[in-house]
Design a protein around this ligand. Structure first.
Ligand SMILES: Cc1cc2nc3c(=O)[nH]c(=O)nc-3n(C[C@H](O)[C@H](O)[C@H](O)COP(=O)(O)O)c2cc1C
Length: 259
């Protein structure tokens, strides 16, 4: 093992987008040293958030690298979900025919269709899969989470009570679908943040007619409407121009209350 092991950690020059390896882990002394400090990391995180803005005009000549896009998708896949049910699926939309059919329906995505490098549609699962007694829930507990059979029954009881009493998710189809949609937004947030770290531009998109979009996707054979609905969309690429106005947010003291 080399004495000094360099660890590349997202250390980025906010303006140039250049990455540098400035974090060194000194094996012999077992300390973090070098150009990096916790303060740098905090600033790096804030820089990524400052960099991210909803991209309204993409440069069609630039493509997000496979590596960066894979990292963004891993951030989605590794996102947390309630009870770990992963109530989502991510459609990476490349087909120009489908994009053409979505043009009028996904009015908030038109900027993205014009030049974004990658476009993702986040699907959320429906009641048939998410109700406590569903085959999908059994599959998640047994095959994904590898739960012991004796642990599954009490867990399902807990989920049943949560869905019936705590969150009242079983009143109609919509409540539990919306619950799944909320969780896709966690994945969405992580994708946006990771893209920001990588200095990849992005735009979250809710500007679409859900029923119409679902019809197009179902007709194209890429959406099983019995199990999934469209939650939200997001595009990635590189900005063609700087944001038209600086980021505006309410003051911290107006939105954070310590109790
Ligand atoms: C859930 C969600 C849906 C959005 N939908 C759209 C959209 O359909 N089209 C669009 O151009 N921007 C969309 N935006 C971008 C917002 O307008 C933008 O994030 C907001 O104005 C704050 O600006 P900033 O992201 O540049 O900081 C959406 C943002 C979020 C979080």
């Amino acid at each position: 093992m080399p004495d000094m092991l360099s660890v590349c950690f997202f250390l980025t020059d906010a303006d140039s987008g250049d990455f540098s390896c400035a974090l060194h882990y000194n094996n012999s002394e077992n300390i973090l040293k070098g150009a990096n400090t916790m303060e740098n990391i905090n600033q790096m995180i804030l820089d990524a958030f400052q960099f991210r803005s909803a991209c309204k005009k993409y440069d069609p000549s630039r493509t997000v690298s496979d590596e960066d896009f894979a990292t963004i998708m891993e951030a989605a896949r590794l996102s947390p979900s309630s009870f770990g049910f992963e109530p989502w699926k991510f459609l990476v939309l490349q087909d120009p025919e489908i994009k053409k059919k979505l043009w009028d329906l996904a009015w908030g995505a038109q900027n993205s269709f014009n030049g974004a490098s990658h476009f993702v549609i986040l699907l959320a699962r429906k009641k048939v899969d998410l109700i406590y007694s569903a085959d999908y829930i059994n599959y998640i507990m047994q095959d994904v989470q590898k739960m012991m059979p004796e642990a599954m029954e009490p867990r399902k009881k807990r989920v049943e009570n949560f869905q019936k009493e705590d969150f009242k998710l079983l009143e109609g189809e919509r409540a539990i679908f919306d619950w799944a949609c909320k969780q896709t937004y966690i994945a969405l947030g992580n994708m946006l943040t990771v893209a920001g770290f990588l200095r990849v531009d992005s735009c979250p998109i809710e500007g679409f007619n859900r029923a119409g979009v679902e019809e197009v996707l179902a007709e194209a054979g890429v959406l099983d409407r019995e199990h999934f609905g469209v939650s939200v969309m997001v595009s990635f690429g590189y900005r063609a121009e700087a944001p038209h106005r600086p980021k505006t947010r309410r003051a911290a003291e107006d939105v954070i209350q310590w109790i």
